[in-house]
Design a protein around this ligand. Structure first.
Ligand code: SF4
Length: 352
């Protein structure tokens, strides 16, 4: 089937990854892994940190000044699904306790690069050049800092500004690399930074933000996601595609159309990973997500959130609260359902 999402006939999907680097993904946020055994993108808007609006419902009152209320999850995004698969206790800290996390340079750079790529499409097609994109970086950084004052702490100790200059330079290089992978002068995205949400028959609500949606003249849909990290090794490609299949499932349920192509654009390594999903793929993802949601609900009701230590713990902001590192979780803030036997649940994380 001929599928052309570019205005002037560029090959859809770009090059397939031929020699992916050894290292895997974005820096500090956990990779989205679909399999029951776990594996940043700062998928820009969803990277790290606590759950976004709508991820959870407020069920209590704030216990102390500066601490957000305890919440029970009401929907699932790819990032939070990845959290639970990586470590259930990490999911609890982020979604239920909403513990604060420090901003990271890597995740923030990802957010900045995403903002630049989004804004570039405001310009007429012929003006979407690499120099113009680079020139957007400082202004978008200013806007980001204004909207998220906590980011000021990232460079608070950078008295001479050299670290900030290097960081901005790296963001510019990532933006520039994009032009070796896609040609924005030949693209007219149907959507950018598109918030999507759909409720499955099971009642599970899925939500997320898609970086870019292209629609070909034939009506075929391509979902595109930018990653500022490196492409995964081939054996991890399936895990990397989980987020994209998640989005494809949401689009399918919303619009009744299976997206023709899923495309991951890795700016860190200059690779493009594509996948053309079939309905059976997405039905499998739906079954997996239902099982995952059942496990999350069970943990929410029982209060049992087990830590699952991996090498990714090095990027976790919550070691001080994690039993694996000698810490103690905060008191579990939600009501706990008694077990069928009538006994109090055992092994709950944190004191009452
Ligand atoms: S430090 Fe603890 S809470 Fe964080 S990811 Fe590791 S096991 Fe999970």
């Amino acid at each position: 089937m001929d599928t052309s999402f570019e205005e002037a006939g560029a090959a859809p999907g770009g090059p397939e990854p031929t020699d992916p680097p050894a290292a895997a993904t974005e820096a500090p946020s956990p990779p989205a892994v679909p399999s029951p055994s776990p594996a940043p993108d700062p998928s820009a808007a969803e990277a790290g940190g606590a759950a976004g609006a709508g991820e959870a419902a407020v069920t209590g009152t704030a216990e102390a000044v500066g601490r957000r209320p305890a919440v029970a999850p009401t929907s699932l995004s790819p990032s939070r699904a990845g959290d639970f698969m990586q470590c259930p206790l990490l999911y609890r800290f982020r979604v239920i306790d909403r513990l604060p996390e420090k901003p990271s340079e890597a995740a923030t750079r990802g957010t900045l690069v995403h903002a630049v790529l989004e804004r570039l499409f405001d310009a007429p097609a012929g003006e979407r050049t690499a120099p113009r994109a680079r020139s957007l970086v400082p202004g978008q950084w200013d806007r980001l800092r204004e909207s998220r004052p906590e980011l000021a702490e990232l460079f608070a100790d950078d008295a001479d500004g050299q670290r900030l200059a290097r960081w901005l330079g790296e963001a510019e290089r990532l933006v520039e690399r994009w032009f070796t992978l896609e040609d924005p002068t030949r693209l007219e995205p149907a959507e950018r930074e598109l918030f999507v949400e759909a409720e499955l028959e099971s009642g599970l609500r899925l939500r997320g933000i898609i970086d870019r949606v292209d629609v070909a003249p034939t009506g075929e849909v391509r979902i595109v996601d930018y990653k500022t990290g490196k492409a995964p090794r081939p054996e991890y490609a399936e895990s990397a595609l989980f987020q994209m299949k998640f989005y494809a499932l949401v689009v399918w349920r919303l619009k009744g159309v299976v997206p023709r192509r899923l495309q991951l654009v890795y700016l860190g390594s200059g690779d493009v990973l594509t996948y053309d999903p079939a309905p059976a793929d997405l039905e499998r993802v739906e079954r997996r997500l239902r099982a995952l949601w059942d496990a999350i609900r069970q943990a929410t009701e029982s209060g049992e959130w087990r830590p699952r230590p991996t090498k990714l713990c090095g990027w976790c902001d919550h070691q001080a609260h994690c039993p694996e590192f000698g810490g103690t979780p905060p008191p579990y803030p939600l009501p706990v359902r008694a077990r069928e036997s009538g006994e109090a649940p055992q092994g709950r994380m944190g004191a009452d």
